[in-house]
Design a protein around this ligand. Structure first.
Ligand SMILES: NC(=O)C1=CN([C@@H]2O[C@H](COP(=O)(O)OP(=O)(O)OC[C@H]3O[C@@H](n4cnc5c(N)ncnc54)[C@H](OP(=O)(O)O)[C@@H]3O)[C@@H](O)[C@H]2O)C=CC1
Ligand SMILES: CC(C)CCC[C@@H](C)[C@H]1CC[C@H]2C3=C(CC[C@]12C)[C@@]1(C)CCC(=O)C[C@@H]1CC3
Length: 345
């Protein structure tokens, strides 16, 4: 006779736990006394109480050992948005997420928390205080967004109270903080190449940027509140700093904090967007010959020139969410964490 070990509620797995958000989440969970299994295609650190399983999440056999005796799974793996590779996004974010759900069923996992993105409703036009009932983008601005939409739908539709499998999706926006490989490094690289002189549009667009610890806090709350009687089952939740800021003020504060000049000259939004679109088409057409990645992609230009901020009212009401680090402190902590990216370093 085989006896099945009942998964402990203090054992969890983090798929994508070697990444920027994933590692911060793992550190918080370990701090809170969880035993954590990390599943990722790479191992970027070591931590007591954390076991690493390496593999591709599209491979169920590789994934299953990481989910053994685990009751709670966080899925925060995705190819980086800059990958611009439709096949890769579809394979990892859509088929891979189906595989994650199947593996959870086979391993007897009871709760799945997905890291989705607030950009699942973003089509390149203004969103002001967007709530979760906004429809998914009909014309997603890139393959990343397109596949994040499908991924979120798969996870929320898999929620099945009768069979004891509960799911929830967290939608952060513009995550930043120590060790982020995207926002600050791309910004500094652009400044070092002398391309951060211009403000795209009139500079009055409000945007959410979310400190990584607040995103982690949203994930942990969701996991701990995910019970059959809870309103959060099968729902998506915006998690932001809840302090919309002018996009170009935020960028300037980071740049100035690191010793670079803030951008000063204005360029018309539609001109820059048109050029970015043209460059993107050229890179696609010339791809077999040239492997050049433009800094100003249509997605980045749209994000830099429109309003996109979201309401966290639902997360506050259903999960008791409140940001734990203010934007001012978050910017200071972030700037301090990148001494190697300072001007002249
Ligand atoms: N950063 C942001 O501003 C936002 C991010 N998100 C979402 O948050 C999540 C985490 O993002 P972030 O931490 O920034 O991203 P990272 O790229 O830092 O982390 C993702 C991790 O997943 C790994 N990974 C990618 N593909 C696979 C695969 N097939 N199998 C196993 N592991 C894989 C990555 O490895 P490798 O690095 O080698 O690819 C990486 O370690 C993602 O789902 C993203 O869509 C949502 C909103 C905003
Ligand atoms: C070169 C400049 C015009 C812009 C430099 C900063 C950008 C790299 C970042 C500003 C907003 C960020 C953002 C994301 C990635 C980095 C930025 C474009 C996401 C696309 C990451 C993944 C998501 O799910 C949504 C994010 C929105 C904001």
């Amino acid at each position: 006779m085989t006896t099945r070990v009942r998964p402990s509620s203090k054992r969890c797995a983090v798929i994508g736990g070697s990444g920027f958000l994933g590692r911060h989440l793992v550190e918080k969970l370990a701090d809170k006394g969880y035993t954590v299994s990390v599943f990722d295609i790479r191992q970027s650190y070591e931590l007591p109480g954390v076991t690493f399983y390496l593999g591709d999440l599209c491979d169920k056999q590789a994934l299953l050992p990481a989910l053994r005796d685990v009751s709670l799974v966080f899925h925060c793996a995705s190819p980086a948005p800059g990958a611009d590779d439709r096949a890769l996004f579809e394979r990892v974010n859509i088929s891979g997420t189906r595989t994650v759900i199947q593996a959870c069923h086979e391993a007897g996992v009871q709760k799945l928390v997905l890291t989705s993105s607030a950009s699942v409703v973003f089509e390149g036009t203004d969103i002001k205080n967007g709530k979760e009932d906004l429809p998914y983008a009909k014309k997603p601005i890139d393959f990343y967004t397109l596949t994040k939409i499908q991924q979120e739908k798969l996870v929320l539709e898999a929620c099945d109270k009768e069979n004891g499998f509960l799911t929830v999706a967290i939608r952060p926006h513009g995550i930043f903080g120590p060790r982020d490989p995207q926002l600050v490094p791309i910004l500094v690289d652009t400044a070092r190449r002398g391309k951060m002189k211009f403000i795209i549009g009139n500079g009055s667009n409000l945007v959410d940027f979310t400190y990584v610890e607040n995103v982690v806090h949203g994930h942990v709350l969701a996991a701990e509140r995910l019970r059959p009687e809870s309103p959060i089952c099968g729902q998506a939740y915006h998690i932001t700093n809840d302090e919309p800021v002018f996009f170009w003020d935020f960028m300037s504060q980071i740049l100035v904090g690191l010793g670079y000049n803030a951008p000063r000259y204005h360029l018309p939004y539609w001109l820059v967007y048109g050029i970015a679109l043209l460059l993107w088409v050229l890179t696609v057409l010339l791809r077999p010959l040239v492997s050049w990645k433009p800094t100003f992609t249509p997605m980045r230009v749209a994000l830099a020139g429109t309003h996109h901020y979201y309401s966290c009212a639902r997360a506050k009401q259903d999960m008791g969410y409140q940001p734990v680090v203010s934007l001012k402190d978050a910017i200071m902590l972030t700037v301090e964490s990148y001494p190697h990216l300072r001007q002249g370093a």
